[in-house]
Design a protein around this ligand. Structure first.
Ligand code: DC
Length: 516
């Protein structure tokens, strides 16, 4: 994940980038600090950075400069050649010296190389002038942040006086200081925009945001809304969204509220969800948000009966079995189970087989199935989690993630709909890999054959007494992919896990000829 934020000095880039880094767990890459460090090292050698004679030496200094960052309680520390330069690079002297230094092509080359290197190993939010245009032209999110020069000058002046205009909207500063800063900003804007190499200009595909009248939170929210993957990394939303969705129950939790069962139980309490009522009066949302082991007794009893009847009846009518079931019912951690999909029987096999062995499986189902109260009620009682397809359903992502983190299995059919023939064009829905990655859970491929043959197109009554076979594959962890970068990992997992599903399916097809 690469988030690129470009814009002129004082547009709020640093504050916004810092907030995004914190909320989404990204590395903050303050590229301005890198050019400032080069300027400082040059000034420390006594060089006049405006003298063209000194360009070669400035380039040497910059090429040799080892610049690194350190996350601290009070912000980010900047180090140049081992020296803590956090404060020194923010003085008015360096404000002036940095423009000519950052306009030297060889200095930029050296810095861009360091910036790309940093982003090789980690997800970053990078802020600067040329991030979306030069450094990361393929960034996942590109923003060009602007603000009125006056608003920018005031922010800087408040910052210099030790205040924080981002937090205090009514903050004021000394008029003379504001005017001086305004003049410097205008001078730097002109310099940065008109220089030949990597001038300050928005990338063609950048989203423009004017921060003059927006709070930091508003700008951050806008940026997060630009990319589903980024929004899903936002831990604040996770904290805030759930309690806001539903009021806390009015009653105290009775002492006999079912505790998580030992087997297949949730390893963590249901985060962000209020307690369930022990017997009744829980909303559908309560069921989606809680571990199945925490469900009230009547719901558990109902589920047990459904599993018994559906499992028994389907086994008689379509004798089914899952090869390597042990791999599936291992409840040492939550797994994202993915499966090919041809018939209604598919989820039944997995849910029944796991449930009778004490392992909870949460099927992700299309919210279209919640057509009426009865189906909504039913799906909520069997542990289903609804997903609005065709939209970025972050609530579903959060719920699936929470379930996986609690140690429950989540069942997804990436093919989206039941596939009746190999000739059908299949679009794989990759959301499963993102959910698994957020929860640091492995993805487990499962394949099924025979179920889709039971009912031909247009037939209402299925054929009976035909065997159905499924097979569980080995769980795939993200570490085992050996790939760095979260986005690349998600893409690789989507591809590999689906490939494994089809390999398992083909294995079954060759073992049981005629079964599709
Ligand atoms: O963002 P800042 O004010 O700390 O940046 C300091 C200077 O560095 C600024 O005047 C322009 C320059 N800079 C640049 O040329 N390219 C970048 N990617 C970042 C900053």
């Amino acid at each position: 994940m690469i988030v690129a934020i470009d814009g002129p000095a004082g547009s709020g880039k640093s504050t916004v980038a810092k907030a995004i880094a914190k909320r989404c767990g990204l590395t903050l890459l303050d590229t301005g600090a890198m050019y400032r460090s080069c300027a400082l090292l040059s000034v420390q050698e006594g060089l006049d950075v405006y003298d063209p004679e000194n360009v070669d030496r400035i380039v040497e200094i910059s090429q040799a400069a080892q610049i690194s960052f350190e996350q601290r309680e009070d912000g980010q520390g900047v180090f140049a050649n081992g020296q803590d330069v956090t404060k020194e690079i923010r003085t008015p002297e360096i404000d002036v010296a940095v423009s000519p230094v950052s306009a030297i092509p060889a200095v930029r080359e050296a810095m861009v190389a360091q910036q790309r290197k940093i982003a090789e190993d980690t997800d970053v939010v990078a802020e600067g002038r040329d991030i979306g245009t030069v450094v990361f032209p393929k960034a996942d999110v590109k923003v060009f942040l602007t603000a009125d020069p006056e608003a920018r000058a005031l922010r800087r002046a408040v910052q210099r006086a030790g205040g924080d205009a981002a937090k205090d909207k009514d903050a004021t500063a000394d008029k003379q200081a504001v005017d001086e800063i305004l003049a410097d900003l205008k001078r730097r804007d002109a310099y940065d925009s008109s220089r030949e190499v990597a001038p300050l200009k928005p990338a063609e595909d950048a989203v423009h945001i004017d921060s003059s009248l927006l709070s930091v939170d508003e700008v951050v929210a806008k940026i997060l809304s630009l990319n589903d993957g980024l929004a899903a990394m936002d831990v604040e939303a996770e904290k805030k969204a759930e309690p806001a969705e539903k009021p806390q129950p009015q009653v105290e939790v009775p002492a006999q509220n079912p505790k998580p069962a030992a087997k297949g139980a949730s390893k963590k309490a249901s985060k962000a969800a209020g307690p369930l009522h022990a017997f009744a009066n829980n909303s559908f949302e309560d069921y989606y948000d809680h571990a199945m082991s925490e469900y009230p007794l009547p719901a558990k009893a109902f589920f047990g009966v459904v599993v018994g009847i559906v499992g028994g009846v389907t086994k008689v009518l379509w004798p089914w079995s899952i090869e390597d079931l042990d791999k599936l019912v291992d409840n040492s951690c939550g797994r994202m189970i993915i499966m090919n999909h041809g018939a209604l029987l598919d989820p039944i096999l997995v849910i029944v087989s796991c449930s009778v062995r004490g392992v909870s499986v949460r099927p992700i189902f299309k919210s279209e199935f919640n057509a009426n109260k009865l189906t909504t009620w039913f799906f909520s009682r069997i542990g289903g989690i609804p997903v609005n397809r065709g939209t970025a359903d972050m609530k579903a992502v959060r719920r699936a993630r929470a379930a996986l983190e609690r140690g429950e299995h989540v069942l997804v059919f990436p093919e989206g709909t039941r596939i009746k023939s190999d000739d059908e064009e299949v679009k794989i829905h990759g959301g499963f890999a993102l959910m698994a990655q957020l929860a640091k859970a492995p993805v487990q491929p499962v394949a099924i054959v025979g179920a889709r043959d039971l009912r031909k197109k247009g037939q209402v009554i299925p054929k009976f007494f035909k065997r159905v076979y499924a097979k569980a594959g080995d769980p795939i962890t993200f570490e085992s992919l050996g790939i760095k970068g979260k986005k690349q990992q998600v893409e690789a997992m989507e591809e590999l896990a689906m490939k494994k599903v089809y390999e398992l399916r083909d294995l079954l097809r060759s073992k049981y000829p005629g079964k599709m």
